[in-house]
Design a protein around this ligand. Structure first.
Ligand code: NI
Length: 180
């Protein structure tokens, strides 16, 4: 396994549309998946898409950590999940602002409108097709990672730029608001 270099916002690969994976079970795809999981964990991210590590393929990895899960049935904690050639469909019109960060936009966070619930389909690392329904953090991270495959970064989804800031400053402001 290797820790891969993560492209930061401004690198052209992040604006490009990625291509489908032809053979999800190919050895080079397995290697890429292992390296992406190692890279995501090393960087402390909740998700990572292949274009972020300079590979223009439709594939992402993510996890729902226990502290991120709302506990709802469609937002349970999940170990690392691999999603190859995904399709994401909103379930209903409802959107919510969700606080997000991105390993390609280090040090910043923002509140981004996302569909509250989605259905997504894809292929896992064993080549098996699956369909899931997701809400809460799970729905948000899937929409964020899927956007990377279409060359979309979260600032391109934002509607209120007053909810955009450095993680450190936002944490300080939040602590002050709590009277800490
Ligand atoms: Ni991202």
């Amino acid at each position: 396994m290797a820790i891969l270099k993560i492209a930061r916002m401004g690198h052209p690969i992040l604006w490009q549309r990625a291509d489908p994976v032809d053979d999800p079970a190919a050895p080079e795809i397995r290697r890429l998946i292992a390296d992406m999981i190692a890279t995501m964990d090393d960087a402390g991210g909740a998700g990572l898409a292949a274009p972020q590590v300079h590979v223009r393929l439709r594939l992402f990895v993510f996890r729902v950590a226990a502290e991120r899960s709302s506990g709802a049935e469609d937002d349970q904690p999940m170990p690392v999940s691999v999603v190859i050639n995904p399709t994401v469909t909103p379930l209903g019109e409802e959107q919510r602002l969700r606080w997000e960060g991105c390993l390609s936009i280090p040090g910043l966070r923002a509140a981004v409108p996302r569909y509250a619930r989605v259905r997504y389909a894809g292929i896992d690392e064993e080549g098996r097709a699956f369909t899931r329904e997701a809400g809460g953090f799970h729905a948000g991270v899937v929409q964020h990672e899927n956007d990377h495959l279409d060359g979309i970064l979260y600032p391109m989804r934002m509607t209120d730029f007053s909810l955009f800031g450095f993680t450190e400053e936002l944490a300080r402001a939040e602590a002050q608001a709590r009277g800490a």
